[in-house]
Design a protein around this ligand. Structure first.
Ligand code: IMP
Length: 432
């Protein structure tokens, strides 16, 4: 039975939460494998809005198991708040629904302080979410991180925190001009979090191996998007993890041979939050129109998202680095009301036409988009449930995107609600 990975193929905020929620109906297990509470997945179910930062969106469906894999950086304060709020709203009544990897890294208060402190002092800030993501991944790779399992062992945790504070405090105080942290209150706070999380902490790699062996359907939920990937994105304006599908393996503790299918989620236009190059950005009334109609404000930080035309060059790159077999097209309805639409099909760089996405931010900053123009439509799309029901101009737009991207659409979303979607193909029906 298949394992499907769902990833964003732009700069995040493609609407993965809704796609994962829909596919979760067919899955038994839903897994987060990278990122942390920088992610914000918004879901609207029965008119009720939910925003998740850490817990996989599948948690709203009873009898599904949701896993936070070892590749995630976990802020225990955020996680416990999500657990509390879900329970209060009648979800997550059974603790065995949620599993948190003992090997996942913990986002500590000093990570958040360092993230914010650096951004505040930098002359060229990255525009991070301030959630401590970069500093937490740095510590993981430097082998000085605290792992979720450590929160259950006082002596281990004390030793690791002592060593961490020896480095963090001078850095916080002397480099960033912030306050240092005291060991004892920090240790106490972390042990308290550990106690509250104890029912969820397990070896999730082993759990997943057993589930896969039993033929269960597993859905891997990516956070952010390929253009924010630390290797394949617009470095250095990226997040600190590999956001591409390949990292589902490392971040969940499964092998590449277990993955059956990669579904990319792509928005009908482009958005980006924070700094960094964005060739098709619209700093005009059309950009404002997209932002307002699409509700393009960060789910995590509330920041207005930068909006622009669809960029087929960037998405083709993302499709390649993910091994994307199919796409989910989201927010087509947001484009309603625009007379003409533009699609970026190539870039002009130093006078030459290029069709490949350049590596790194410096070259991309110099790229000018080359557009083709297509007709827009005025009709409301939210009630449409098939390609044939779409107005001709919307259908043409979808078909043109598919031609340019070379990968089939599996589902199309025309509104925020679960029902405002139609499937063209089922990702779980794909074999290895
Ligand atoms: P960080 O992940 O907080 O370190 O932020 C690095 C960059 O990634 C910034 O430009 C953020 O705005 C962006 N980013 C991080 N998470 C998301 C997300 O979930 N959606 C969109 N952008 C994100």
């Amino acid at each position: 039975m298949p394992c499907v990975v769902v990833v964003g193929v732009q700069w995040g905020d493609e609407g993965k939460g809704k796609v994962v929620d829909l596919l979760a109906e067919e899955a038994d297990v839903i897994v987060r494998f990278q990122g942390g509470s920088n992610a914000g997945h918004t879901l609207v179910v029965g008119g009720e809005k939910f925003v998740f930062h850490l817990i996989p969106s599948g948690i709203l469906r009873p009898n599904k198991r949701c896993v936070i894999g070892n590749g995630v950086v976990v802020d225990p304060e955020v996680l416990l708040e999500e657990i509390r709020s879900l329970k209060e709203r009648g979800y997550l009544q059974d603790d065995s629904q949620l599993l948190v990897s003992e090997a996942a890294q913990v986002v500590m208060p000093y990570h958040k302080a360092i993230d914010k402190g650096r951004e505040g002092r930098s002359s060229k800030p990255l525009g991070t979410t301030g959630r401590g993501i970069g500093p937490a991944y740095e510590d993981k790779v430097s082998r000085v991180g605290i792992r979720v399992g450590d929160l259950l062992h006082e002596e281990v945790l004390r030793g690791k925190l002592e060593r961490a504070l020896e480095e963090k405090n001078p850095y916080l105080v002397h480099v960033l001009g912030q306050r240092g942290l005291d060991l004892d209150p920090l240790l106490e706070e972390m042990l308290r979090y550990g106690e509250s999380l104890r029912p969820y902490i397990v070896n999730t790699s082993r759990f997943l191996a057993e589930e896969i062996a039993r033929g269960r359907r597993v859905l891997f939920e990516g956070a952010q998007g390929a253009l924010l990937d630390v290797d394949h994105g617009t470095y250095p304006y990226v997040t600190s993890s590999n956001t591409v599908a390949g990292n589902a393996c490392c971040g969940a503790g499964i092998g590449p041979t277990q993955i059956d299918f990669v579904l990319g989620v792509v928005k009908a236009y482009t958005t980006r939050v924070g700094g960094g190059p964005f060739p098709t950005e619209l700093r005009n009334g059309t950009g404002d129109y997209l932002r307002e109609r699409g509700g393009e404000y960060g789910a995590t930080t509330g920041r207005p998202r930068r909006c622009g035309w669809f960029d087929a060059v960037a998405v083709r790159h993302a499709i390649r680095v993910n091994g994307t077999g199919g796409l989910a097209l989201t927010k087509l309805d947001t484009l309603t009301g625009l007379d003409r639409l533009r699609i970026c099909t190539a870039y002009r760089l130093h006078g030459e036409l290029i069709e490949e996405f350049p590596s790194g931010a410096e070259l991309l900053e110099r790229c000018e988009p080359v557009y083709e123009e297509v007709e827009g439509w005025k009709e409301d799309l939210t009630g449409r449930r098939s390609l044939l029901e779409l107005p001709a101009a919307a259908r043409n737009y979808v078909e043109r995107l598919q031609e340019l991207l070379g990968v089939p659409f599996y589902l199309i979303s025309v509104g925020a609600e679960r029902e405002e979607t139609f499937f063209l193909k089922d990702p779980f029906s794909e074999g290895r």
